[in-house]
Design a protein around this ligand. Structure first.
Ligand SMILES: [Zn+2]
Length: 78
């Protein structure tokens, strides 16, 4: 199972979290009535190409913290 958190243990991560909305296609699901599923994903640039990685809840916490650390360091100017 691909897992960015266990793969590289990012302390600092340059990327952005985005929310994706989709419909799973099941006619009985709530998304069929106009409430699409929302999932969080990380978009980042690697070797000049933008990549999208969907995140599980456990990955999200670590990734969000890593992005915040990166942004805090970037804005501190040192
Ligand atoms: Zn659905």
């Amino acid at each position: 199972m691909p897992c960015i958190a266990s793969r590289s243990r990012p302390l600092l991560l340059r990327g952005a979290l985005s929310t994706f909305r989709r419909r799973c296609g099941k006619p009985s699901c709530r998304c069929a009535n106009g409430a699409p599923h929302e999932s969080l994903a990380l978009s980042f640039t690697e070797a000049g190409r933008t990549k999208i990685l969907t995140l599980s809840a456990s990955e999200l916490a670590e990734v969000a913290a890593a992005i915040e650390r990166y942004q805090r360091r970037a804005s501190s100017g040192t």
